[in-house]
Design a protein around this ligand. Structure first.
Ligand code: AMP
Ligand code: MG
Length: 482
């Protein structure tokens, strides 16, 4: 993944050799509508995800840019294109007027890992669900989703990726961007676009038969290890609860605020997707809300665990039409335990430690969060600072810990920092020699040097919008794997 490479003329296998499997299509006509893609006046490939091509068994050097344009900008040779039907709870209110309003399922392919993946579009034209919208994606919106998903992926968050982003030469009008603004079409690579809201629509229609069929499809396709179990419905829901709790903990540890956790944006595979007004937090502020229209902070950074749990609870209504409610209640009880276990593990890793369940670890973590909260020091900066300033001297004396850091050694924080140092040292000194040798590596592995907080994304966008300079965008993406 990088700047757009030169075309390679070749007759070797390319995008056209991919074998599409009509798994979702085979569910029949009750779940989607056949739609047509928009005709765009221009196609400029701005991003291609060569890492994803590898996961599809393709050699990126054998996939010319022109193939991306024909497949994912002009949508040649694929049919039917399916706008998926769904409803959902938006900001707590049920909305039956949803569905793919600016996208469709382009096709499904199997990765080299044997799993089925969706190619889903965003910005590909109007559908029966556009509700007066233009069916389009702004270029800035596309750039932001590429950045979010790549950053999350390389931070170990289970997320969809962007396969391609093509600028399409139209002028769009938006309330939240200086307008007119440039247009794009994106292809998203994800485990599934079946949402909690896909089931909720069938509950609203009171169609247990269609819920049964969809649930069987989900289990057999995305939870095949459960397919032969007698109580597979129960096990499926419990696993979805666990996966969603773990995903939420992943977001919280990397400091990600999704911003629009409506049930139509919750995947039935427990994968994160659909990045609109998201933000990576700049400082540790549980009340931070990323969407300007989130007036009451419903989807604030700190509310994400309880909101995801609520969303899982709403999913019980459709599922209870085909399985016992008591089993669903049992499954939901797993949420907190799974959430805290993953959150503690990941935060302790960010602090350099493998163990996360001792009382010393708990003390250090809660004190660290208190320090981040009361100082409002940069959240990604704090952890990057640990990574950069770590030396073996830390292991010999508490006084050496972050002693060279100008970021942290502010006179007004001196007392807090001293207590933090002693808690940190207490844990360090309990490690065996072998474990001590791993601390520096762990700090490097779990604390990225570059996190795309808003000013960073705005800087990238500024270069694109004023000078059509894409280099800062490609440079940013290249930093995530480091
Ligand atoms: P989102 O907030 O992106 O998850 O979208 C919520 C709903 O609005 C979905 O049904 C989308 O398909 C639809 N939608 C969002 N933007 C547009 C647009 N520009 N044109 C048509 N439908 C849209
Ligand atoms: Mg959405």
């Amino acid at each position: 993944m990088s700047a757009i490479p030169k075309d390679h003329s070749t007759s070797s296998p390319s995008l056209w050799s991919l074998k599409y499997e009509p798994e979702f299509e085979s569910l029949g006509e009750d779940y989607a509508d056949i739609v047509a893609a928009a005709d765009f006046p221009m196609h400029l490939l701005r991003f291609r995800n060569d890492d994803v091509l590898g996961k599809l068994g393709l050699n990126p050097t054998q996939v010319p840019n022109q193939d991306f344009i024909e497949a994912f900008g002009q949508f040649r040779g694929r049919s039917p294109l399916l706008a998926m039907r769904y409803h959902g709870y938006q900001f707590g209110d049920y909305n039956p007027r949803l569905g793919d309003g600016r996208g469709f399922l382009y096709g499904q392919v199997r990765g080299t890992d044997g799993e089925l993946y969706d190619f889903g579009t965003k910005g590909s034209g109007t559908t029966p669900y556009s509700r007066g919208g233009d069916g389009r994606l702004t270029l800035k919106g596309g750039v932001r989703e590429v950045i979010a998903s790549e950053a999350l992926h390389y931070s170990g968050v289970r997320t969809s990726r962007c396969l391609s982003l093509i600028e399409t030469g139209e002028s769009l009008w938006r309330g939240d961007e200086p307008s007119p603004t440039r247009s794009s079409v994106m292809v998203r690579f994800s485990r599934s676009h079946i949402r909690f809201g896909t089931f909720e629509r069938l509950y609203a229609l009171q169609r247990p038969d269609l819920i049964r069929k969809l649930l069987d499809h989900v289990i057999e396709t995305y939870y095949p290890h459960l397919a032969k179990e007698d109580d597979r419905d129960t096990l499926f829901y419990a696993e979805l609860v666990r996966r969603t709790a773990e995903l939420t903990a992943q977001w919280m540890s990397v400091g990600f605020c999704h911003a629009v956790l409506n049930t139509d944006n919750m995947s039935i595979t427990g994968e994160s997707f659909d990045y609109g007004p998201f933000a990576f937090i700049q400082t540790y502020d549980l009340k931070f809300a990323a969407a300007y229209f989130d007036h009451f902070g419903r989807y604030s950074y700190g509310n994400q665990p309880s909101i995801c749990k609520w969303n899982l609870e709403m999913l019980q209504y459709p599922l209870a039409l085909v399985m016992p409610k008591s089993a669903l209640d049992e499954g939901l009880k797993e949420f907190e335990g799974a959430y805290y276990k993953t959150y503690r593990q990941r935060m302790m890793q960010k602090l350099g430690f493998a163990q996360s369940d001792s009382s010393e670890a708990e003390d250090l973590l809660s004190y660290t969060l208190g320090f981040l909260q009361s100082t409002q020091v940069g959240y990604p900066d704090f952890f990057a600072e640990l990574r950069k300033s770590f030396t073996d001297l830390w292991l010999t004396d508490a006084g050496h810990i972050v002693s060279d850091s100008t970021l942290l050694n502010k006179p007004e924080w001196a007392e807090l920092l001293d207590v933090w140092r002693s808690l940190y040292y207490r844990l360090l000194s309990q490690l065996s020699e072998g474990e001590r040798a791993e601390v520096g590596d762990r700090l490097r592995q779990h604390n990225p040097l570059t996190v795309p907080v808003r000013p960073e994304i705005e800087r990238v966008w500024e270069a694109i919008s004023t000078d059509d300079n894409w280099q800062p965008f490609y440079n940013l993406l290249q930093q995530f794997p480091n």
